[in-house]
Design a protein around this ligand. Structure first.
Ligand SMILES: NC(=O)c1ccc[n+]([C@@H]2O[C@H](COP(=O)([O-])OP(=O)(O)OC[C@H]3O[C@@H](n4cnc5c(N)ncnc54)[C@H](OP(=O)(O)O)[C@@H]3O)[C@@H](O)[C@H]2O)c1
Length: 337
């Protein structure tokens, strides 16, 4: 049986290290791995699969050795240069950056939602934005059964979504607060400790942030519905890991709440946590470390016809990035001739 060669690009980063964890858990048979990062990390040894793996510098020649799959999480500028090089050498790239997501030639995939799009790949498959992934998993069963008229997203996003530097801003800001010392954030435009910052990624001319625009456009692309009405407000909160989202959705058809619970209980990758009598609802701290999307606070929005409110939580580094990409890799491995 032919060995499958897998490259992990950006292996030293927040998402890259989670790739290694998820790949260890999944333990695909007959695979060989090579880890890449920037020149800065070349020679660094990372524990992986019970051994020490030396990190290599990513260069244009890196893909000459014939990889089958490359899991990229090294930022958009790295993907822009290196993903086409990898693809031109016969490697399927699964990219976590925003670089290729809205390219009409590149499928944008959440395996529970649109696995059929994987087959349309011409060498690059994009992993959606972390906040979009968990949202579309929760929306897909509703979309298929009732149709969706309009979506209002409000997000409460963890600092791990901003990589190692985002994590450090919360940790160091908390330490400085306790020590009563001044603190200058390095990643965010304001201190994140004891704060909520309604600003993720850059501002656009229309007043939205790019993160908000990503959620709107990516939702339409994944659900194959360019006319879907979607709006979003994305907020960074002082939580280390796990994004929470309030999703207000207007369905096209009337529904019974009992049917919504039944739909969610049957949908792969969703766990319903919803019992106000025992204070049970999804929480970032309990979703962290898991691959499922947790849904709760399921209730009618009485202010519109067919309105529904949801509280949706997931681990943004796992389901929002590494686990979703590894799920795509698994699909490719299981469907290759
Ligand atoms: N964090 C999340 O929740 C999340 C979710 C979805 C998608 N993403 C996306 O995933 C990507 C990585 O995010 P992250 O949070 O893991 O960031 P991070 O912690 O800052 O890690 C960045 C990684 O990219 C590597 N890198 C940077 N420049 C490179 C270059 N020229 N060549 C090769 N490797 C290079 C870094 O290597 P060195 O250590 O050598 O610098 C490091 O391994 C970003 O595109 C981000 O938007 C992140």
């Amino acid at each position: 049986m032919k060995v499958t060669k897998i490259a992990v690009v950006g292996a030293t980063g927040m998402v890259g290290r989670t790739f290694l964890k998820v790949l260890e858990e999944q333990n695909f048979p007959n695979c060989e791995y090579t880890l890449f990062a920037s020149a800065k990390s070349a020679g660094l040894k990372l524990p992986f699969m019970g051994a020490e793996y030396e990190v290599k510098e990513l260069t244009e020649a890196s893909f000459d050795e014939g990889f089958d799959i490359a899991l990229f999480s090294a930022g958009a500028s790295t993907s822009k240069v290196f993903a086409p090089i990898a693809a031109s050498k016969g490697c399927t790239v699964i990219d976590n950056s925003s670089q290729w997501r809205m390219d009409p030639e590149v499928p944008l995939v959440v395996p529970e939602v649109n696995p059929q799009d994987i087959a349309k790949s011409k060498g690059i498959i994009a992993n959606p934005n972390c906040s979009t992934i968990q949202a579309v998993v929760a929306l897909k069963p509703l979309y298929d059964k009732y149709g969706i008229e309009r979506i209002v997203y409000s997000t409460y996003q963890a600092v791990s979504g901003a990589g190692v530097k985002g994590w450090d801003d919360l940790e160091n800001g908390a330490k400085a607060y306790v020590a009563e010392e001044p603190f200058e954030p390095k990643k965010f435009p304001h201190p994140i400790f004891s704060n909520c910052i309604p600003h993720i990624d850059v501002f656009l001319e229309n007043g939205y942030t790019k993160e908000e625009e990503k959620m709107i456009n990516e939702t339409r692309k994944i659900l194959h519905d360019d006319s879907l009405r979607v709006t979003a407000t994305t907020v960074r909160v002082p939580v280390f890991n796990g994004h929470s989202e309030s999703i207000n959705v207007e369905l096209k058809e009337p529904f019974e709440l009992s049917d919504i619970y039944a739909l969610y209980n049957d949908f792969p990758g969703i766990v319903v946590q919803d019992d106000p009598s025992t204070d049970l609802y999804p929480l970032a701290c309990s979703a962290s470390g898991h691959d499922e999307v947790f849904v709760g606070r399921i209730r009618r929005d009485f202010s519109v016809e067919n309105g529904l409110n949801l509280w949706v939580v997931a681990d943004n580094i796992r389901k929002g990035a590494a686990s979703n990409a590894v799920q795509i890799a698994r699909y490719i491995l299981e469907h290759k001739e």
